[in-house]
Design a protein around this ligand. Structure first.
Ligand code: SDX
Length: 392
């Protein structure tokens, strides 16, 4: 039963931090944002609503949502000089490398929103980050395909604006497909926050020193890029391509179970979920909706469904509680929408920015907050005397 939580001293002393944002019960497959189940948020709310919820603690009224969305839209453009940063990258640079560099560079542009002890400046930095990530993500994609950047069009929704900046071209009118917009918005909701995962902990640790908020988010982007974390969506689709047809699934299941083979089923397993990742459930449903809306037939989805079925009937995966996670199906949807695999983790970072920012604000405003200092268990040599090089 999830209700008001009271921490026993023992738990508090061992917990890395306390937070009111997100609750996960890995055994029961429960994920709540400020008490609301992820399935209900994904099905009934919008990403802007979830951003407001994570930042402010309550779902917005219609007026609050309209004002919040308008405020975010005021920050969607990036400084014209920031666009110059893209031109320094090779065209084949991974978009995550570009995003990491450009978001870090924001710390050189916005000196009026970096005093972390000023609530107004913290809020502006938070809004700027949430607003500019879609623009920077779209620019990274455009740069990689050699097309011109598109400026934001604030008459569109947050997600519609992103889709147009990504897939629109100056030569043609771009019509946002409502089914794609809804699926993309839902994918953003599913990736918004996830308690103290590796990249969020990175942002908190960087922020605990009082570092520039834009630099802290750049640190989170760097951590998320790893294939064991946010890079798993790109790795999962690459794995499905490598598997190809369902007939080859047993070969890869055997490899995943072979202790001498470093291969792992990407998109399976989780540090916390030892039951089904509730986000994967919504994601699988969304695949079917997007495929129907776009009239897409992708054999990879059939391979993914078959792989899940075989894995979940295999004793090894059942015993180790390795269920599909949020990354298993997301790549199939993003590929159907038209994103290259190299953009998958960029989209994860775009969505997770609100979680990073909300967690950063929570940490900064904690009156007991101190600089992070993870403990270590020393296992090196005991003290010994120096030996001059001629005597070694
Ligand atoms: C995300 O923390 C978060 O919240 C992250 C995230 C978020 O929203 O921020 O949810 C997003 O990162 C999801 C996870 C995406 N990563 C992947 O899908 C990569 C593949 N998964 C694995 O790398 C792994 O499952 C982890 C890293 C996700 C979790 O690893 P754990 O909890 O440290 O588990 P483990 O590595 O100790 O594995 C336990 C056992 C091991 O076998 P034994 O040593 O006990 O014999 O299960 C095996 C592992 O070898 N195992 C797998 C496996 N994952 C674990 N075997 C095959 N395939 C896999 N995917």
């Amino acid at each position: 039963q999830t209700g008001a939580f009271t921490y026993d001293p023992g738990f508090t002393s061992t917990a890395s931090c306390q937070s009111k944002l997100t609750y996960i019960d890995g055994d029961e497959g429960v994920l709540l944002h400020r008490g609301y189940p992820i399935g209900e948020l994904a099905e009934q709310s919008s990403f802007m609503e979830v951003c407001y919820l994570l930042l402010n603690g309550e779902l917005p009224t219609a007026d609050e949502l309209e004002k919040f969305s308008w405020t975010i839209s005021r920050h969607t453009m990036v400084h014209e000089q920031l666009a110059q940063f893209f031109r320094g990258f090779r065209r084949d640079a991974h978009p995550m490398a570009i995003m990491c560099g450009v978001v870090g560079a924001l710390s050189a542009f916005y000196h009026d929103s970096t005093d972390i002890h000023d609530p107004q400046q913290r809020m502006i930095a938070s809004h700027r980050l949430i607003a500019k990530m879609p623009t920077i993500a779209a620019m990274a994609y455009k740069y990689s395909v050699g097309q011109p950047f598109l400026y934001p069009d604030n008459s569109l929704s947050y997600t519609g604006n992103f889709l147009r900046m990504t897939f629109g071209v100056p030569a043609e009118q771009y019509e946002v497909n409502p089914a794609v917009e809804k699926a993309m918005d839902r994918i953003f909701i599913l990736h918004a926050d996830h308690e103290q995962n590796a990249s969020t902990s990175t942002v908190r640790l960087a922020g605990s020193s009082g570092a520039n908020p834009f630099a802290c988010i750049a640190a989170g982007i760097a951590c998320l890029w790893g294939p064991a974390h946010g890079g798993a969506n790109e790795a999962a689709l690459n794995m499905l391509h490598e598997i190809g047809t369902p007939e080859r699934i047993p070969e890869f299941i055997a490899r995943a179970k072979d202790k001498n083979d470093p291969f792992r089923l990407m998109g399976f397993g989780h540090r916390v979920y030892k039951n089904y990742d509730p986000r994967a459930t919504v994601m699988q449903k969304t695949v079917r909706e997007v495929f129907a809306a776009l009239n897409v037939q992708d054999p990879l989805f059939e391979t993914a469904l078959r792989l899940e079925e075989i894995a979940l009937s295999d004793d090894y995966f059942v015993e180790k509680k390795l269920f599909p996670n949020v990354d298993f199906y997301s790549g199939v949807i993003l590929s159907a929408i038209g994103f290259p695999t190299s953009m998958f983790t960029v989209l994860f970072a775009l969505a997770r920015t609100v979680g990073w920012v909300a967690q950063w604000n929570e940490m900064i405003t904690d009156p007991d907050q101190k600089i992070g200092r993870p403990r270590q268990l020393y296992t090196g040599p005991t003290q010994r005397a120096y030996v001059p090089v001629g005597q070694r």
